[in-house]
Design a protein around this ligand. Structure first.
Ligand SMILES: Cc1cc2nc3c(=O)[nH]c(=O)nc-3n(C[C@H](O)[C@H](O)[C@H](O)COP(=O)(O)OP(=O)(O)OC[C@H]3O[C@@H](n4cnc5c(N)ncnc54)[C@H](O)[C@@H]3O)c2cc1C
Length: 508
Protein backbone atom coordinates (compact mmCIF):
# COMPACT_ATOMS: atom_id res chain seq x y z
CA UNK A 1 0.00 0.00 0.00
CA UNK A 2 2.78 2.40 1.00
CA UNK A 3 4.46 1.69 -2.30
CA UNK A 4 1.29 2.45 -4.24
CA UNK A 5 0.88 5.74 -2.36
CA UNK A 6 4.53 6.49 -3.06
CA UNK A 7 3.85 6.25 -6.78
CA UNK A 8 1.68 9.36 -6.39
CA UNK A 9 4.61 11.37 -4.99
CA UNK A 10 5.38 14.59 -6.78
CA UNK A 11 8.96 14.47 -7.96
CA UNK A 12 10.80 17.36 -9.62
CA UNK A 13 14.04 16.65 -11.49
CA UNK A 14 16.17 19.77 -11.96
CA UNK A 15 18.20 19.64 -15.18
CA UNK A 16 17.66 17.70 -18.39
CA UNK A 17 21.20 16.48 -18.96
CA UNK A 18 21.82 12.74 -19.08
CA UNK A 19 21.64 12.43 -15.30
CA UNK A 20 18.20 14.06 -15.12
CA UNK A 21 16.91 12.08 -18.10
CA UNK A 22 18.20 8.83 -16.59
CA UNK A 23 16.52 9.62 -13.27
CA UNK A 24 13.18 10.49 -14.90
CA UNK A 25 13.31 7.39 -17.10
CA UNK A 26 13.89 5.10 -14.14
CA UNK A 27 11.16 6.69 -12.03
CA UNK A 28 8.67 6.22 -14.87
CA UNK A 29 9.75 2.61 -15.37
CA UNK A 30 8.94 2.00 -11.70
CA UNK A 31 5.47 3.50 -11.94
CA UNK A 32 5.96 7.03 -10.55
CA UNK A 33 3.66 9.19 -12.61
CA UNK A 34 3.96 12.70 -11.13
CA UNK A 35 7.45 13.38 -12.45
CA UNK A 36 8.41 16.73 -13.92
CA UNK A 37 11.75 17.83 -15.32
CA UNK A 38 12.69 21.53 -15.21
CA UNK A 39 15.44 22.58 -17.61
CA UNK A 40 17.00 26.06 -17.68
CA UNK A 41 17.91 26.06 -21.37
CA UNK A 42 15.91 25.37 -24.52
CA UNK A 43 17.41 21.91 -25.09
CA UNK A 44 18.02 18.50 -23.51
CA UNK A 45 21.46 16.99 -23.14
CA UNK A 46 23.41 19.56 -21.11
CA UNK A 47 27.08 18.79 -21.60
CA UNK A 48 26.23 16.18 -24.25
CA UNK A 49 26.01 18.60 -27.15
CA UNK A 50 26.59 17.92 -30.84
CA UNK A 51 27.29 20.89 -33.12
CA UNK A 52 28.41 21.58 -36.68
CA UNK A 53 31.48 22.75 -38.51
CA UNK A 54 30.41 23.32 -42.09
CA UNK A 55 28.52 20.18 -43.04
CA UNK A 56 30.29 18.03 -40.45
CA UNK A 57 29.06 17.17 -37.00
CA UNK A 58 31.44 17.90 -34.13
CA UNK A 59 31.07 17.24 -30.40
CA UNK A 60 31.01 20.51 -28.46
CA UNK A 61 30.71 18.54 -25.22
CA UNK A 62 31.28 14.85 -24.51
CA UNK A 63 33.15 13.01 -27.23
CA UNK A 64 33.87 9.42 -26.30
CA UNK A 65 32.23 6.56 -24.47
CA UNK A 66 35.06 5.91 -22.04
CA UNK A 67 35.38 2.17 -21.49
CA UNK A 68 32.72 0.90 -23.88
CA UNK A 69 31.93 -2.51 -22.40
CA UNK A 70 28.98 -4.20 -20.68
CA UNK A 71 29.51 -2.53 -17.29
CA UNK A 72 29.09 0.89 -18.92
CA UNK A 73 25.39 1.95 -19.00
CA UNK A 74 25.99 4.45 -21.81
CA UNK A 75 27.52 1.71 -23.95
CA UNK A 76 24.62 -0.64 -23.21
CA UNK A 77 22.07 2.02 -24.19
CA UNK A 78 24.00 3.05 -27.31
CA UNK A 79 24.08 -0.62 -28.42
CA UNK A 80 20.40 -1.03 -27.65
CA UNK A 81 19.54 2.01 -29.77
CA UNK A 82 21.89 0.91 -32.58
CA UNK A 83 23.98 4.11 -32.41
CA UNK A 84 27.50 2.64 -32.68
CA UNK A 85 29.44 1.24 -35.59
CA UNK A 86 30.08 -2.50 -35.68
CA UNK A 87 33.73 -2.29 -34.74
CA UNK A 88 33.00 -0.54 -31.43
CA UNK A 89 30.62 -3.31 -30.41
CA UNK A 90 32.92 -6.27 -31.07
CA UNK A 91 33.97 -8.43 -28.13
CA UNK A 92 37.62 -7.65 -28.94
CA UNK A 93 37.00 -3.90 -28.66
CA UNK A 94 35.20 -4.36 -25.35
CA UNK A 95 38.03 -6.48 -23.96
CA UNK A 96 40.86 -4.00 -24.65
CA UNK A 97 41.98 -2.40 -21.39
CA UNK A 98 43.80 0.89 -21.93
CA UNK A 99 43.44 2.15 -18.34
CA UNK A 100 41.92 5.42 -19.53
CA UNK A 101 44.71 6.33 -21.95
CA UNK A 102 44.08 5.06 -25.50
CA UNK A 103 47.35 4.48 -27.39
CA UNK A 104 47.03 7.17 -30.08
CA UNK A 105 49.50 7.27 -32.98
CA UNK A 106 51.29 10.55 -32.26
CA UNK A 107 53.22 13.19 -34.18
CA UNK A 108 55.30 15.73 -32.24
CA UNK A 109 55.85 19.21 -33.71
CA UNK A 110 58.02 21.86 -32.11
CA UNK A 111 57.77 25.65 -32.08
CA UNK A 112 60.74 25.89 -34.45
CA UNK A 113 58.61 24.23 -37.10
CA UNK A 114 60.16 20.78 -37.10
CA UNK A 115 58.96 17.28 -36.38
CA UNK A 116 60.59 15.63 -33.39
CA UNK A 117 62.02 12.14 -33.63
CA UNK A 118 60.30 9.32 -31.71
CA UNK A 119 63.75 8.46 -30.28
CA UNK A 120 63.46 11.68 -28.27
CA UNK A 121 59.74 11.78 -27.47
CA UNK A 122 58.92 8.13 -26.83
CA UNK A 123 61.20 7.35 -23.85
CA UNK A 124 60.05 10.53 -22.07
CA UNK A 125 56.40 9.77 -22.86
CA UNK A 126 56.84 6.26 -21.46
CA UNK A 127 58.45 7.58 -18.29
CA UNK A 128 55.60 10.09 -17.92
CA UNK A 129 52.95 7.37 -18.41
CA UNK A 130 54.63 5.20 -15.78
CA UNK A 131 54.52 8.10 -13.31
CA UNK A 132 50.88 8.77 -14.14
CA UNK A 133 50.09 5.13 -13.36
CA UNK A 134 52.08 5.36 -10.12
CA UNK A 135 50.03 8.43 -9.16
CA UNK A 136 46.96 6.19 -9.10
CA UNK A 137 48.45 3.65 -6.70
CA UNK A 138 48.44 5.96 -3.65
CA UNK A 139 44.64 5.86 -3.41
CA UNK A 140 44.73 2.09 -2.85
CA UNK A 141 47.63 2.47 -0.43
CA UNK A 142 45.75 5.14 1.53
CA UNK A 143 48.70 7.51 1.56
CA UNK A 144 49.75 10.70 -0.18
CA UNK A 145 53.50 11.40 -0.30
CA UNK A 146 52.82 14.80 -1.87
CA UNK A 147 49.65 16.90 -2.07
CA UNK A 148 49.21 16.90 -5.86
CA UNK A 149 49.72 14.79 -8.97
CA UNK A 150 51.58 17.65 -10.68
CA UNK A 151 54.13 18.05 -7.91
CA UNK A 152 54.70 14.30 -7.71
CA UNK A 153 55.27 13.88 -11.45
CA UNK A 154 57.52 16.93 -11.70
CA UNK A 155 59.65 15.79 -8.76
CA UNK A 156 60.12 12.32 -10.24
CA UNK A 157 60.88 13.74 -13.71
CA UNK A 158 63.47 16.09 -12.25
CA UNK A 159 65.16 13.16 -10.53
CA UNK A 160 65.06 11.02 -13.68
CA UNK A 161 66.36 13.73 -16.03
CA UNK A 162 68.96 15.30 -13.78
CA UNK A 163 71.92 13.01 -14.32
CA UNK A 164 73.87 15.99 -15.72
CA UNK A 165 74.99 14.00 -18.73
CA UNK A 166 73.81 14.54 -22.26
CA UNK A 167 73.09 17.45 -24.48
CA UNK A 168 71.50 20.49 -22.73
CA UNK A 169 69.36 21.21 -25.80
CA UNK A 170 67.95 17.69 -25.64
CA UNK A 171 67.29 18.17 -21.92
CA UNK A 172 65.14 21.23 -22.71
CA UNK A 173 63.20 19.25 -25.30
CA UNK A 174 62.63 16.41 -22.85
CA UNK A 175 61.18 18.85 -20.31
CA UNK A 176 59.07 20.26 -23.13
CA UNK A 177 57.61 16.79 -23.79
CA UNK A 178 56.62 16.52 -20.12
CA UNK A 179 55.07 20.01 -20.16
CA UNK A 180 52.95 19.13 -23.18
CA UNK A 181 51.81 15.88 -21.57
CA UNK A 182 50.95 17.69 -18.33
CA UNK A 183 48.89 20.22 -20.34
CA UNK A 184 47.12 17.27 -21.99
CA UNK A 185 46.39 15.78 -18.57
CA UNK A 186 44.91 19.15 -17.50
CA UNK A 187 42.38 18.63 -20.31
CA UNK A 188 41.65 15.05 -19.24
CA UNK A 189 41.21 16.11 -15.61
CA UNK A 190 39.49 19.42 -16.43
CA UNK A 191 41.82 21.46 -14.26
CA UNK A 192 43.99 24.55 -14.51
CA UNK A 193 47.13 22.75 -13.41
CA UNK A 194 47.91 19.22 -12.28
CA UNK A 195 49.27 20.89 -9.12
CA UNK A 196 45.59 21.31 -8.17
CA UNK A 197 44.70 17.60 -8.48
CA UNK A 198 44.87 15.55 -5.25
CA UNK A 199 47.49 12.81 -5.44
CA UNK A 200 45.87 10.63 -2.77
CA UNK A 201 42.51 10.58 -4.55
CA UNK A 202 43.71 10.36 -8.16
CA UNK A 203 43.27 6.57 -8.26
CA UNK A 204 39.66 6.80 -7.04
CA UNK A 205 38.48 7.32 -10.64
CA UNK A 206 37.78 3.91 -12.13
CA UNK A 207 38.38 2.97 -15.73
CA UNK A 208 36.36 0.33 -17.54
CA UNK A 209 37.61 -2.01 -20.24
CA UNK A 210 36.93 -1.19 -23.88
CA UNK A 211 38.68 1.01 -26.43
CA UNK A 212 37.01 4.44 -26.29
CA UNK A 213 34.55 4.97 -29.14
CA UNK A 214 32.46 7.79 -30.57
CA UNK A 215 28.93 8.08 -31.96
CA UNK A 216 29.09 8.24 -35.78
CA UNK A 217 25.82 10.23 -35.86
CA UNK A 218 26.69 12.41 -32.84
CA UNK A 219 26.47 11.88 -29.05
CA UNK A 220 23.19 13.79 -28.94
CA UNK A 221 21.55 10.91 -30.83
CA UNK A 222 21.63 9.07 -27.50
CA UNK A 223 19.81 11.95 -25.80
CA UNK A 224 17.16 12.04 -28.54
CA UNK A 225 16.53 8.30 -28.17
CA UNK A 226 16.24 8.54 -24.39
CA UNK A 227 13.90 11.53 -24.65
CA UNK A 228 11.50 9.48 -26.76
CA UNK A 229 10.82 7.34 -23.69
CA UNK A 230 9.56 10.34 -21.68
CA UNK A 231 5.96 11.48 -22.20
CA UNK A 232 5.52 14.71 -24.13
CA UNK A 233 5.19 17.70 -21.83
CA UNK A 234 7.10 16.11 -18.94
CA UNK A 235 10.05 18.46 -19.50
CA UNK A 236 9.59 22.22 -19.16
CA UNK A 237 12.31 24.08 -21.11
CA UNK A 238 13.61 27.61 -20.51
CA UNK A 239 12.63 27.09 -16.90
CA UNK A 240 15.64 27.95 -14.74
CA UNK A 241 14.96 27.30 -11.09
CA UNK A 242 15.86 30.03 -8.63
CA UNK A 243 15.41 28.39 -5.26
CA UNK A 244 14.53 25.11 -3.60
CA UNK A 245 12.63 25.73 -0.37
CA UNK A 246 13.00 22.52 1.62
CA UNK A 247 12.09 21.28 5.10
CA UNK A 248 8.75 23.13 4.85
CA UNK A 249 10.69 26.39 4.88
CA UNK A 250 8.07 28.07 2.77
CA UNK A 251 5.44 27.41 5.43
CA UNK A 252 4.48 24.14 3.69
CA UNK A 253 3.44 24.22 0.07
CA UNK A 254 -0.16 23.30 -0.64
CA UNK A 255 -1.52 21.83 -3.81
CA UNK A 256 -4.67 19.81 -4.56
CA UNK A 257 -5.51 19.62 -0.86
CA UNK A 258 -2.07 18.19 0.02
CA UNK A 259 0.88 19.59 1.92
CA UNK A 260 4.36 19.21 0.46
CA UNK A 261 7.72 19.54 2.21
CA UNK A 262 9.47 21.17 -0.78
CA UNK A 263 8.64 24.08 -3.06
CA UNK A 264 10.64 24.63 -6.22
CA UNK A 265 10.65 28.27 -7.27
CA UNK A 266 11.55 29.21 -10.86
CA UNK A 267 13.15 32.40 -12.16
CA UNK A 268 9.87 33.31 -13.89
CA UNK A 269 7.96 33.08 -10.60
CA UNK A 270 6.30 29.70 -11.25
CA UNK A 271 6.37 27.30 -8.32
CA UNK A 272 6.22 23.51 -8.12
CA UNK A 273 5.34 21.79 -4.83
CA UNK A 274 7.14 18.47 -4.43
CA UNK A 275 7.74 15.54 -2.14
CA UNK A 276 11.17 15.02 -3.63
CA UNK A 277 13.57 16.99 -5.82
CA UNK A 278 16.48 15.40 -7.66
CA UNK A 279 19.00 18.08 -8.47
CA UNK A 280 21.43 17.36 -11.33
CA UNK A 281 23.00 20.78 -11.99
CA UNK A 282 26.78 20.87 -12.43
CA UNK A 283 29.19 21.30 -9.56
CA UNK A 284 30.26 24.55 -11.22
CA UNK A 285 26.71 25.85 -10.97
CA UNK A 286 26.45 24.71 -7.34
CA UNK A 287 29.71 26.43 -6.45
CA UNK A 288 28.43 29.69 -7.87
CA UNK A 289 24.83 29.58 -6.67
CA UNK A 290 24.41 27.22 -3.71
CA UNK A 291 24.05 30.07 -1.22
CA UNK A 292 20.87 31.31 -2.90
CA UNK A 293 19.70 28.06 -4.49
CA UNK A 294 18.59 26.45 -1.22
CA UNK A 295 16.37 27.72 1.60
CA UNK A 296 17.38 26.90 4.26
CA UNK A 297 20.98 27.05 3.09
CA UNK A 298 22.90 23.82 2.67
CA UNK A 299 24.39 22.31 5.84
CA UNK A 300 27.90 23.69 6.38
CA UNK A 301 29.56 20.33 5.69
CA UNK A 302 27.95 20.00 2.27
CA UNK A 303 28.68 23.62 1.35
CA UNK A 304 32.33 23.13 2.35
CA UNK A 305 32.65 19.98 0.23
CA UNK A 306 31.15 21.83 -2.76
CA UNK A 307 33.71 24.61 -2.36
CA UNK A 308 36.63 22.21 -1.81
CA UNK A 309 35.97 19.95 -4.78
CA UNK A 310 37.42 20.88 -8.15
CA UNK A 311 35.49 21.92 -11.23
CA UNK A 312 37.60 23.23 -14.08
CA UNK A 313 37.43 24.13 -17.73
CA UNK A 314 38.39 22.10 -20.77
CA UNK A 315 37.49 23.49 -24.19
CA UNK A 316 37.81 22.33 -27.76
CA UNK A 317 38.70 24.36 -30.85
CA UNK A 318 37.73 22.53 -34.04
CA UNK A 319 39.73 23.56 -37.10
CA UNK A 320 38.84 22.61 -40.67
CA UNK A 321 41.62 22.56 -43.26
CA UNK A 322 41.65 22.20 -47.04
CA UNK A 323 44.40 19.61 -46.92
CA UNK A 324 45.94 17.57 -44.11
CA UNK A 325 49.49 18.45 -43.04
CA UNK A 326 49.67 15.23 -41.01
CA UNK A 327 50.32 11.62 -42.04
CA UNK A 328 47.27 9.43 -42.79
CA UNK A 329 47.80 7.25 -39.68
CA UNK A 330 48.31 10.20 -37.30
CA UNK A 331 45.70 10.36 -34.51
CA UNK A 332 47.16 13.07 -32.30
CA UNK A 333 49.53 16.01 -32.88
CA UNK A 334 51.44 17.23 -29.82
CA UNK A 335 52.89 20.75 -29.78
CA UNK A 336 56.14 21.38 -27.90
CA UNK A 337 57.36 24.90 -27.09
CA UNK A 338 61.14 25.00 -27.23
CA UNK A 339 61.34 28.15 -25.10
CA UNK A 340 59.88 26.55 -21.96
CA UNK A 341 62.92 25.98 -19.82
CA UNK A 342 61.21 24.87 -16.62
CA UNK A 343 58.66 22.15 -15.87
CA UNK A 344 55.26 23.87 -15.91
CA UNK A 345 51.75 23.24 -17.22
CA UNK A 346 50.50 26.83 -17.15
CA UNK A 347 51.58 30.09 -18.76
CA UNK A 348 52.93 33.21 -17.05
CA UNK A 349 50.59 35.69 -18.74
CA UNK A 350 47.18 34.30 -19.63
CA UNK A 351 46.15 37.22 -21.86
CA UNK A 352 49.13 37.20 -24.20
CA UNK A 353 50.31 33.59 -23.96
CA UNK A 354 47.03 31.66 -23.62
CA UNK A 355 47.58 29.61 -26.78
CA UNK A 356 50.70 28.00 -25.28
CA UNK A 357 48.38 26.04 -23.00
CA UNK A 358 46.82 24.26 -26.00
CA UNK A 359 48.65 20.93 -25.87
CA UNK A 360 47.85 19.87 -29.42
CA UNK A 361 45.18 18.43 -31.69
CA UNK A 362 43.35 15.16 -32.08
CA UNK A 363 42.52 14.21 -35.66
CA UNK A 364 38.86 13.52 -36.43
CA UNK A 365 38.73 10.14 -38.12
CA UNK A 366 37.91 8.59 -40.50
CA UNK A 367 38.79 11.27 -43.08
CA UNK A 368 36.06 9.90 -45.41
CA UNK A 369 33.52 11.02 -42.81
CA UNK A 370 35.02 14.27 -41.53
CA UNK A 371 37.33 15.56 -44.23
CA UNK A 372 40.31 17.30 -42.61
CA UNK A 373 39.27 18.43 -39.15
CA UNK A 374 41.49 18.81 -36.11
CA UNK A 375 40.28 19.27 -32.56
CA UNK A 376 42.53 21.50 -30.40
CA UNK A 377 42.31 21.02 -26.63
CA UNK A 378 42.90 23.69 -24.01
CA UNK A 379 42.23 23.64 -20.27
CA UNK A 380 42.38 26.01 -17.33
CA UNK A 381 42.32 29.77 -16.99
CA UNK A 382 43.95 30.13 -20.42
CA UNK A 383 40.93 28.30 -21.82
CA UNK A 384 38.55 30.58 -19.92
CA UNK A 385 40.34 33.58 -21.39
CA UNK A 386 40.11 32.10 -24.91
CA UNK A 387 36.31 32.05 -24.46
CA UNK A 388 36.27 35.85 -24.10
CA UNK A 389 37.90 36.43 -27.51
CA UNK A 390 35.97 36.70 -30.75
CA UNK A 391 35.91 33.68 -33.05
CA UNK A 392 37.95 35.71 -35.60
CA UNK A 393 40.66 36.37 -32.99
CA UNK A 394 40.81 32.70 -32.02
CA UNK A 395 40.98 31.69 -35.69
CA UNK A 396 43.87 34.09 -36.30
CA UNK A 397 45.83 32.82 -33.29
CA UNK A 398 45.25 29.19 -34.28
CA UNK A 399 46.33 29.94 -37.86
CA UNK A 400 49.57 31.48 -36.59
CA UNK A 401 50.07 28.51 -34.27
CA UNK A 402 49.69 25.94 -37.03
CA UNK A 403 51.94 27.94 -39.39
CA UNK A 404 54.63 28.21 -36.69
CA UNK A 405 54.62 24.53 -35.77
CA UNK A 406 54.47 23.21 -39.33
CA UNK A 407 56.95 25.78 -40.63
CA UNK A 408 54.47 26.37 -43.45
CA UNK A 409 53.20 30.00 -43.65
CA UNK A 410 50.60 29.17 -46.30
CA UNK A 411 48.37 26.88 -44.24
CA UNK A 412 45.12 28.73 -43.53
CA UNK A 413 42.20 26.99 -41.81
CA UNK A 414 38.86 27.24 -43.63
CA UNK A 415 36.85 27.73 -40.47
CA UNK A 416 36.78 27.03 -36.77
CA UNK A 417 34.24 26.47 -34.04
CA UNK A 418 35.00 26.31 -30.33
CA UNK A 419 33.25 25.47 -27.08
CA UNK A 420 32.77 28.02 -24.28
CA UNK A 421 31.84 25.94 -21.24
CA UNK A 422 33.08 28.32 -18.56
CA UNK A 423 30.82 31.14 -19.70
CA UNK A 424 27.81 28.86 -20.17
CA UNK A 425 25.66 30.23 -17.33
CA UNK A 426 24.10 26.83 -16.58
CA UNK A 427 27.32 24.81 -16.56
CA UNK A 428 30.05 27.23 -15.38
CA UNK A 429 32.94 25.01 -16.50
CA UNK A 430 33.49 21.53 -17.90
CA UNK A 431 33.69 18.79 -15.28
CA UNK A 432 34.71 17.69 -11.82
CA UNK A 433 38.13 16.72 -10.51
CA UNK A 434 39.22 15.83 -7.01
CA UNK A 435 41.07 18.94 -5.95
CA UNK A 436 44.12 19.09 -3.70
CA UNK A 437 42.97 18.58 -0.11
CA UNK A 438 39.81 16.70 -1.19
CA UNK A 439 38.89 13.06 -0.87
CA UNK A 440 36.06 10.69 -1.75
CA UNK A 441 34.47 11.79 1.51
CA UNK A 442 33.62 15.14 -0.13
CA UNK A 443 31.81 13.35 -2.97
CA UNK A 444 29.88 11.23 -0.43
CA UNK A 445 28.93 14.41 1.45
CA UNK A 446 27.76 16.08 -1.74
CA UNK A 447 25.67 13.03 -2.71
CA UNK A 448 23.95 12.74 0.67
CA UNK A 449 20.20 13.57 0.51
CA UNK A 450 18.63 16.30 2.63
CA UNK A 451 17.60 16.64 5.34
CA UNK A 452 20.46 14.59 6.74
CA UNK A 453 19.38 14.98 10.37
CA UNK A 454 16.36 15.87 12.50
CA UNK A 455 12.85 14.39 12.49
CA UNK A 456 12.60 14.58 8.68
CA UNK A 457 15.98 12.92 8.15
CA UNK A 458 14.66 9.98 6.14
CA UNK A 459 12.19 11.92 4.02
CA UNK A 460 14.53 12.34 1.01
CA UNK A 461 13.36 15.84 0.17
CA UNK A 462 16.40 16.91 -1.86
CA UNK A 463 18.51 14.30 -3.65
CA UNK A 464 21.78 15.04 -5.45
CA UNK A 465 22.77 13.48 -8.77
CA UNK A 466 24.93 14.59 -11.73
CA UNK A 467 28.48 13.53 -12.60
CA UNK A 468 30.05 15.26 -9.60
CA UNK A 469 28.26 12.90 -7.20
CA UNK A 470 29.78 9.74 -8.67
CA UNK A 471 32.83 8.66 -6.72
CA UNK A 472 34.12 6.19 -9.31
CA UNK A 473 33.07 7.82 -12.58
CA UNK A 474 32.91 11.58 -11.94
CA UNK A 475 33.51 13.75 -15.03
CA UNK A 476 31.90 11.27 -17.42
CA UNK A 477 28.61 10.68 -19.19
CA UNK A 478 28.26 7.17 -17.75
CA UNK A 479 29.02 8.56 -14.27
CA UNK A 480 26.23 11.13 -14.69
CA UNK A 481 23.74 8.55 -15.97
CA UNK A 482 24.58 6.12 -13.18
CA UNK A 483 24.16 8.88 -10.56
CA UNK A 484 20.71 9.84 -11.90
CA UNK A 485 19.59 6.20 -11.80
CA UNK A 486 21.07 5.82 -8.30
CA UNK A 487 18.92 8.64 -6.90
CA UNK A 488 15.78 7.36 -8.68
CA UNK A 489 16.48 3.94 -7.19
CA UNK A 490 16.83 5.57 -3.76
CA UNK A 491 13.22 6.73 -4.08
CA UNK A 492 12.05 3.36 -5.40
CA UNK A 493 13.64 1.64 -2.40
CA UNK A 494 12.24 4.29 -0.05
CA UNK A 495 8.69 3.40 -1.02
CA UNK A 496 9.14 -0.35 -1.46
CA UNK A 497 7.84 -2.20 1.63
CA UNK A 498 10.43 -4.59 3.12
CA UNK A 499 8.28 -7.59 2.21
CA UNK A 500 8.61 -6.63 -1.45
CA UNK A 501 12.37 -6.30 -1.34
CA UNK A 502 13.10 -9.91 -2.18
CA UNK A 503 13.21 -11.31 -5.69
CA UNK A 504 9.70 -9.92 -6.28
CA UNK A 505 10.67 -6.45 -5.04
CA UNK A 506 13.54 -6.26 -7.45
CA UNK A 507 11.02 -6.61 -10.31
CA UNK A 508 8.92 -3.67 -9.15
C1 LIG B 1 34.31 19.65 -23.37
C2 LIG B 1 33.79 18.42 -22.67
C3 LIG B 1 34.21 17.17 -23.08
C4 LIG B 1 33.73 16.03 -22.45
N1 LIG B 1 34.11 14.80 -22.92
C5 LIG B 1 33.58 13.69 -22.37
C6 LIG B 1 33.83 12.42 -22.97
O1 LIG B 1 34.50 12.31 -24.01
N2 LIG B 1 33.29 11.32 -22.37
C7 LIG B 1 32.54 11.41 -21.23
O2 LIG B 1 32.09 10.37 -20.72
N3 LIG B 1 32.28 12.62 -20.66
C8 LIG B 1 32.76 13.75 -21.21
N4 LIG B 1 32.45 14.97 -20.69
C9 LIG B 1 31.69 15.05 -19.44
C10 LIG B 1 30.20 14.79 -19.65
O3 LIG B 1 29.74 15.57 -20.73
C11 LIG B 1 29.45 15.18 -18.38
O4 LIG B 1 30.03 14.52 -17.26
C12 LIG B 1 27.97 14.79 -18.41
O5 LIG B 1 27.37 15.09 -19.65
C13 LIG B 1 27.26 15.53 -17.26
O6 LIG B 1 25.90 15.22 -17.26
P1 LIG B 1 24.98 15.79 -16.08
O7 LIG B 1 23.59 15.38 -16.41
O8 LIG B 1 25.57 15.42 -14.78
O9 LIG B 1 25.12 17.38 -16.17
P2 LIG B 1 24.69 18.38 -17.33
O10 LIG B 1 24.82 17.71 -18.65
O11 LIG B 1 25.46 19.62 -17.11
O12 LIG B 1 23.15 18.62 -17.06
C14 LIG B 1 22.68 19.51 -16.08
C15 LIG B 1 21.50 20.26 -16.65
O13 LIG B 1 21.02 21.16 -15.64
C16 LIG B 1 20.60 22.35 -16.26
N5 LIG B 1 20.55 23.42 -15.25
C17 LIG B 1 21.59 24.08 -14.70
N6 LIG B 1 21.13 25.01 -13.84
C18 LIG B 1 19.78 24.92 -13.84
C19 LIG B 1 18.75 25.62 -13.16
N7 LIG B 1 19.00 26.61 -12.31
N8 LIG B 1 17.46 25.28 -13.41
C20 LIG B 1 17.16 24.27 -14.27
N9 LIG B 1 18.11 23.58 -14.95
C21 LIG B 1 19.40 23.91 -14.73
C22 LIG B 1 21.62 22.56 -17.34
O14 LIG B 1 21.16 23.44 -18.34
C23 LIG B 1 21.85 21.14 -17.84
O15 LIG B 1 21.01 20.83 -18.93
C24 LIG B 1 32.86 16.13 -21.35
C25 LIG B 1 32.42 17.40 -20.94
C26 LIG B 1 32.87 18.53 -21.59
C27 LIG B 1 32.37 19.88 -21.16
Amino acid sequence: MAFLQGLDSHIVVVGCGISGIGAAQKLLQHGFHNVRVLEATGRSGGRVKTGHLGSNIVEIGANWIHGPSQENPVFRLACQYGLLDKESMTEENQAIDVAGHPPFTATWLSSSGRQLEPELTEPVSMLYMTLLEQSQVFYRQGREPMPSVGEFIKREIRLALSDGRGNPVTAVLKRGVVNTLLKAECCVSGTHTMDDVALGAFGMYKTLPGLDCTFPGGYEGLIHQMMQTLPKGMVSYNKPIRCIHWNNSDGSAHHSGRTFPVLVECEDGDTFPADHVIITVSLGYLKKHHETLFRPRLPAQKAESIQRMGFGTNNKIFVELEQPFWEPDCEIIFLLWEDESTLADMVTDVKTLWVKKLFGFTVLRPAERYGHILCGWIAGRESEHMETLSEAEVKLTITQLIQKFTGNPTITPKRIVRSQWFHDPYTCGSYTYVARGCSGHDIDTLAQPLPSEGPQAKSLQVLFAGEATNKSFYSTVHGALEAGCREAQRLVTHYTPPAYQGPLGSKL
